[in-house]
Design a binder for this molecule. Structure first.
Ligand code: WTA
Length: 635
């Protein structure tokens, strides 16, 4: 296969094996990993049906899996359910009602503790606010908020009435937000006046107002007051969250939905064109996220779970909002920047709330490493029993630092590989599996993963190839909203009958998987998923730019960083000021995370005869690597 210069080289070492302690093994829910794995592989439908039985259904399914219209698989066909029934309603008749669902801390130190009972009331009220705003079953609602409890409340309220939420990450900006509002044809947008992040205020409402100056069909903007700063207001369109909630009734029946009814869409960057909206459903997604969370992190009633991701990405959807609530645990949500005001902010939170499981991204760990191990070591982190990693390959140095300095050498690290498309963990340890730093170990129960070459033949151990999944699983995205054909093309056409992940990987002789990186034009910056096409279109929207190309290059802290190559329009001259202006422009259009590290002015770009930019060549050149096969290059 084509070597991708933009990748993290895992060190495949068999010597570095970390065995779980007896205490971890004793506590583990799944003691015999091999037996469970074998059972699920041999009887996938029985395995998933048994997991589904652990949740509540209004009506039981007739058929576990319907493959008749593959790749548009259906799960738990005929079943009636609602994720909110399991996440909230089910707990109301048990003592869980008084247990804490969310422990929230603002960057300014303010705190809130929300019990399951209160969550039920708030979600009921907001569901009624949405209804009063004209939202009906199946309608899309765009949610663009900071990290406040009202974000999960808004998501759950949509789910409760069968509306489909589309959460846009609060770090995105005008163009990215506008495109997602338009593509989903949302009539309602839920936002905040602003958000506190790393000592600054992100003016979310202002960004919504700017996005809605462009063409749109939005009739209502509901704004939660967080910062109290002055905001623009459009009479008739805008309402304050607290005013709308004042008279809303907490009573609202949870809609009884088909298992395959849509729960949410979530836009994610792909290799070409505009971001695609992956669609997840109520039934299969509930079963999959609930099962993976309970088996991988072994969560119990008395756990304090902290998934430090943003609710605006799939990690937050699955493992801050839906799965932890279904599992009935207490989750921590922290609003702000990880090192604000000091590099021990996270460790103070772990100490204060006695967090028992911490799940975060390698980029955060690498960020903490720069400040030295004293910061975590000076805090009492003895409440921790498990750690987790997600979003990008974790380099063995970061793994070991995390293991020693945060986990005190006693907490296994669950390195979970998965994607927006997969809904939940796919390649992941459970606590009893011996670990190798940098490997996500083995496929989860019922997941059949295989690494293949260009021809679709299985690779030999340690040989690099494409990661594919052989059989459907309940948490899989069902389609791309509004573009089923693109779903089929992107994921199921390359190797018919298999799901194509877009990642390269290898498997070692022990059957452990090592993820190498993306093989398409997706760039992972600090674990955030961005598309080259989006960055390029933001650049081209600047009047000075004729053409642009974006690539990802390895970066010590962020995993990858964005480099861009720009051809200017006639009448514009290259200058450092213009390069800076273009960086700022991308930041304003797409969001600060998409700001290129470097803007280089060029006279031409390497292209194929059909006009496609050869980013692979740009990447190789930038790193002084061999440029590979250039036969398709147009000179
Ligand atoms: C990468 C995030 C290595 C991978 C949940 C994948 C990882 C993409 C890991 C999906 C991991 C995620 N080790 N790489 N543990 N987890 N990735 O959709 O390239 O934002 O295809 O979902 O992140 O990113 P997404």
């Amino acid at each position: 296969m084509t070597a991708d210069p933009n990748r993290t080289e895992p060190k495949v070492s068999h010597a570095d094996l970390y065995h779980p302690s007896d205490a971890v093994k004793r506590a583990a829910r799944i003691k015999d990993w091999e037996a469970m794995s074998r059972y699920a592989a041999d009887h996938p439908e029985a395995f998933w049906a048994a997991r589904a039985e652990e949740l509540g259904w209004y009506r039981k399914w007739d058929k576990v899996l319907d493959s008749s219209n593959a790749p548009f698989y259906k799960w738990f066909v005929g079943g009636k359910c609602n994720v909110v029934h399991n996440a909230i309603d089910r707990h109301q008749s048990t003592p869980k009602r008084n247990a804490i669902a969310y422990l929230w801390q603002g960057e300014d130190g303010s705190e809130r503790a929300i019990a399951y009972g209160e969550l039920a009331r708030e979600v009921g009220k907001f569901a009624n606010v949405l209804k009063a705003s004209g939202v009906r079953k199946g309608d899309r609602v765009t949610i663009y908020m900071g990290r406040v409890p009202e974000l999960p409340i808004a998501m759950l309220a949509c789910a409760k009435i069968g509306a489909v939420h589309s959460v846009v990450y609060g770090g995105f900006s005008v163009d990215a937000l506008h495109g997602r509002i338009q593509d989903s044809s949302s009539k309602v947008v839920v936002t905040c006046d602003g958000a506190f992040v790393s000592g600054k205020v992100v003016e979310l409402k202002q960004i919504v107002d700017d996005a809605l100056k462009r063409e749109n069909g939005v009739t209502r903007v509901i704004c939660f007051k967080r910062t109290g700063r002055e905001v623009g207001w459009v009479e008739g369109r805008d309402v304050w969250w607290h005013e709308a909630m004042k008279d809303a009734s907490p009573e609202c029946a949870t809609e009884q939905l088909d298992a395959e009814d849509p729960l949410f869409i979530l836009y994610t960057s792909g290799s070409t064109g505009k971001p695609k909206a992956l669609l997840h459903t109520h039934g299969g997604y509930s079963v999959y996220t609930y099962t993976t969370l309970r088996y991988v992190f072994d969560l119990r009633d008395d756990d304090r779970w902290w998934c430090a991701a943003d609710p605006g990405w799939i990690t937050g959807h699955s493992y801050i909002v839906y799965a932890p609530l279904m599992a009935g645990v207490t989750s921590v949500i922290y609003e702000g920047g990880p090192t604000y005001p000091q590099p021990d902010r996270w460790w103070k939170i772990v100490e204060q709330y006695k967090v028992s499981v911490l799940y975060c991204a390698p980029t955060a760990i690498r960020g903490f490493m720069r400040f030295g191990p004293e910061w975590p070591r000076n805090r009492d982190l003895s409440s921790l029993r498990l750690l987790g990693s997600v979003g990008e390959p974790i380099n063995p140095e970061a793994w070991k630092w995390f293991y020693e300095n945060v986990g005190g050498g006693r907490c296994p690290i669950m390195d979970t590989w998965w994607q927006t498309e997969t809904g939940g963990f796919m390649i992941t340890p459970t606590p009893v599996l011996p670990l190798k730093p940098g490997s996500g170990t083995r496929p989860f129960f019922g997941i059949k993963a295989e690494i293949v070459n260009e021809m679709g033949e299985p690779c030999k151990p340690d040989e690099e190839g494409y990661l594919t999944i052989l059989a459907p699983w309940p948490g899989m995205a069902r389609t791309i909203y509004g573009d089923a054909e693109r779903y089929r093309q992107t994921y199921w056409n390359r190797y018919p009958g298999r799901y194509f992940t877009g990642d390269s990987a290898r498997m070692d002789a022990d059957g452990y998987f090592w993820i190498i990186g993306r093989v398409d034009d997706v760039i992972k910056v600090s674990g955030y998923r961005l598309g080259t096409a989006e960055v390029e279109s933001a650049l081209v929207s600047h009047p000075a730019v004729a053409e642009a190309a974006a690539i990802g290059l390895p970066h010590e802290l962020r995993g990858n960083t964005i480099y861009t190559y720009v051809i200017l329009r006639a009448g514009h001259e290259p200058s450092p000021e213009l390069a800076e202006a273009l960086r700022q422009h991308v930041g304003k259009e797409m969001g600060p995370i998409a700001k290129p590290e470097k803007v280089e002015f060029v006279a031409k770009l390497p292209k194929t005869r059909s006009g496609k930019i050869m980013r692979r060549v740009l990447k190789a050149r930038a790193q002084g690597l061999p440029e590979g096969d250039l036969t398709t290059l147009e000179e």
